[in-house]
Design a binder for this molecule. Structure first.
Ligand code: DER
Length: 219
């Protein structure tokens, strides 16, 4: 119910800003899926969407919403997506759904990142949720050793291949007191494609589902 409330709040957040040329960025996961299902009712009020995963693209198309290639769109006015954790500075850990690379790409092209999350995702310090790191398969063991040097306990997400043909290490035991610095440090490890810290470019608005209703927090 909390996820549904924030999905509805995201529709209210954007509906007056849609016109027939608008293409919006859409995230991945169970909360994003509830948003997509509600977006269907507005499909004649905007042009289409850029998807952050194959799964999201298929769900959008299933609702008759046109999906565009990002290279043909450029920027999008908003990107709506969930998070695994989000702190008061609207920095996030994402990647629980293995879509972190394309999510981060679409988010980079968005003027406004609207995060939709239930209260369980709201934390003071990031790192309770294991930090996903997308790696080039041949580099997996090398990256794992480098992550251990940084104090993490990396666990290979067996049987998962991302939309980009890569693999994921989930890093347990990271206490991340400087998300921006850690994001940059992880990006510097050869073989890392993307890490799940969305801190340099966090969210701009958080719609947080709480028992008392939806709270709107802005950076
Ligand atoms: O994988 C992701 O980044 C998803 O957005 C995830 O963080 C949120 O998924 P959920 O809405 O199913 O909790």
């Amino acid at each position: 119910a909390l996820k549904d409330a924030v999905a509805a709040a995201a529709i209210d957040e954007i509906r007056r800003r849609l016109d027939r040329d608008t293409v919006i960025g859409v995230g991945t996961g169970s909360t994003a899926n509830l948003f997509i299902d509600r977006l269907a009712a507005l499909r004649n009020d905007f042009q289409g969407a850029v998807a952050s995963s194959q799964a999201t693209a298929e769900r959008l198309q299933g609702h008759g919403i046109e999906v565009f290639e990002l290279n043909h769109v450029g920027t999008v006015p908003f990107y709506i997506d969930g998070a695994d954790e989000i702190n008061p500075r609207l920095e996030m850990i994402k990647g629980g759904g293995a879509a972190l690379t394309r999510e981060k790409i679409v988010a980079a092209c968005a003027e406004r990142f609207i995060c939709i999350a239930d209260a369980s995702k709201h934390v003071t310090t990031l790192g309770g949720f294991p930090l996903p790191v997308e790696v080039i398969p041949m580099a997996r063991s090398y990256v794992a050793r480098e992550l251990v040097k940084l104090g993490a306990d990396p666990v290979y997400r067996e049987g998962v291949v991302t939309d980009n043909g890569n693999q994921i290490l989930d890093c347990y035991g990271f206490l991340i007191d400087d998300p921006v610095a850690m994001e940059a440090r992880l990006n510097a490890i050869v073989g890392v494609v993307t890490n799940g810290l969305f801190a340099a470019r966090g969210a701009d608005v958080l719609l947080l589902g709480t028992e008392g209703g939806v709270e709107r927090l802005e950076k």
